[in-house]
Design a protein around this ligand. Sequence first.
Ligand SMILES: *Cc1c(COP(=O)(O)O)cnc(C)c1O
Length: 382
Amino acid sequence: MKTIYLDYAATTPVDPRVVETMLPYFSEHFGNPSSVHYFGQKADAALEGARQAVADVFQSKPDEIVFTSCGTESDNMALCGAARLARKERDADTLLITPLEHHAIEKTAEYLVEREGFKLQYIPVDSTGQVILPEFNKILSPKVAIVSVIYGNNEIGTLNPIPEIGRLCRGQGVLFHTDAVQAAGSCTIAVPEINADLISIGAHKFYGPKGIGALYIRDGIKIEGLLHGGPQEMDLRPGTQNVPLIVGLAKALTLAVEEREATSTGLISLRDKIIASVLEQIPNAALTGHPQQRLANHASFIFPGVNGNELVMLLDHAGFACSSGSACKTGNPEPSKILLSIGVSYQDASGSLRVTIGKHTTVAQVEAFLAVLPALVAKSRK
Ligand SMILES: *Cc1c(COP(=O)(O)O)cnc(C)c1O
């Protein structure tokens, strides 16, 4: 029996068209893009072509795009860079983030507090995990160095009102970063629409390769990089660029945008089928996150009385790969902080299940999943 993959929020398979685009840059056009000769020029042309393609999606200039090693690195560079810059330029030292950030932001913020003396304040969110705009507006002041808000939540799927948050930040002259790693495949990241100053993405969440990301940095924001070395990536990210992976990121992002409308219609209907069926068939099941304003491929639940990790194992034995919360927390018996922060009780938070579908998921796969889930939840409750 083949296991059915329902964990696209953890990672996605690389699209065969992306693999094909990357292949020549491993061994044929293998040059170092910084070399002046023919081989270098070939690699540099691919690198700058990819930068232009990514900039087209952001509707930005190519030199506003920095390639990094992953979404996590983009988040680190954005938060550290912007926080240090704001302290130097404006004497602002408060970090404003939501309690629902990915570890890549959460732990970086904690680092900046512990090691560099920044202050951390959390932005109030409602029970769906969305930023409460009037409350946010109340705590936003020129003392804030950087605001960072997750665009599409990896654990509960909720989308945040990014354009409005961006407008409020701009009104106060405060830098605004959004972690769009989970959202970039299915939501617009066009800068004129979302009003962010810094935007993180990572290719493996939209059918690109792992180990490659990008950070959009608005023109004129002079942040410092995390690493020290050569002049690559506008002096922000030294190290020879990973040309095949960068070409792959650009191709995957371009495909995601081109196919977004066609893909999301199918995903939303499958997602809503999962949500409706689970809520109907499983006693006391509750949806986590926003019922409508959520990622197109994301369904997440709480089953009181269930151990989420155990349910994920039962599902795996039955041939379905899901997760309980985020991929990074597998095996961790502690209930998710994100669920606690939206008001789920400590006890119930252990009974979480995340089902995330993708462009290869079929109706038959979803139906097979929905046919076994109620019995496995009941078994786990015993
Ligand atoms: C996956 C993810 C990250 C981390 O990206 P990596 O490329 O795996 O480092 C950061 N933020 C969010 C919201 C994510 O979903």
